[in-house]
Design a protein around this ligand. Structure first.
Ligand SMILES: N[C@@H](CCC(=O)N[C@@H](CS)C(=O)NCC(=O)O)C(=O)O
Length: 215
């Protein structure tokens, strides 16, 4: 199959899409974006056209090398295997396990609890309390883990997939919670988050914007 420029189906407020945008930017991969607005028209993720691409009706999805991949961590791992520079998974198996552990903790243990469809089920009245509970318990565990894994970044001194997961999740948490950040989170944030707001209608590799809201 003819493979052109990769296409990222993304929503600028989506923390999961943001992970992939950071990976694409760090690996200097040129790509096009097709915005999928999760709010407009009752949610464009529910359109037949998009469901054909990702039956989970979620962003991100990446068309690349003649295939379509859903699930942000699977996308990042594919990019890592096919475009290995710079590395986002450490060579050392123990460090690599730590990176995957932190990534899974965020992608499986924190973000899904604050997903749009889950919050809808929880209901407007209880949404904030629900989200704050999920943030507090997830981040308490994370903070404890980071005590032993972090150097300059989540695992040692190299940027990894774990940082790609952490940054959007912290931005999300800052919006929803008053979680007290440990010195490690504070240090990571100061490295990773620039003070500028995202450009309007941004769906670009807007690496690190503190004021970006996520879902
Ligand atoms: N595990 C998936 C989760 C994807 C996900 O939850 N995406 C959210 C945005 S961050 C979404 O599309 N939500 C749409 C909805 O809840 O209707 C991943 O890592 O890609």
């Amino acid at each position: 199959m003819q493979a052109g420029k990769p296409i990222l189906y993304s929503y600028f407020r989506s923390s999961c899409s943001w992970r992939v945008r950071i990976a694409l930017a760090l690996k200097s991969i040129d790509y096009e974006t097709i915005p999928i607005n999760l709010i407009k028209d009752g949610g464009q993720q529910f359109s037949e056209e998009f469901q054909a691409l990702n039956p989970m009706k979620q962003v991100p999805a990446l068309k690349i090398d003649g295939i379509t991949i859903g699930q942000s961590l699977a996308i990042i791992e594919y990019l890592e295997e096919t475009r290995p520079t710079p590395r986002l998974l450490p060579r050392d198996p123990k460090k690599r396990a730590h990176v995957r552990m932190i990534s899974d903790l965020i992608a499986g243990g924190i973000q899904p609890l604050q997903n749009l469809s889950v919050l809808k089920q929880v209901g407007q009245e209880n949404q904030l309390t629900w989200a704050q509970k999920a943030i507090t318990s997830g981040f308490n565990a994370l903070e404890q883990i980071l005590q032993s894994t972090a150097g300059r970044y989540c695992v040692g001194d190299e940027v990894s997939m774990a940082d790609l997961c952490l940054v959007p999740q912290v931005a999300n948490a800052e919006r929803l919670s008053r979680h007290p950040w440990s010195p490690i989170s504070e240090a990571l944030l100061s490295i990773w988050l620039s003070p500028e707001p995202p450009p309007p209608n941004s769906d670009k590799p807007d690496l690190l914007h503190k004021n970006q809201k996520c879902v």
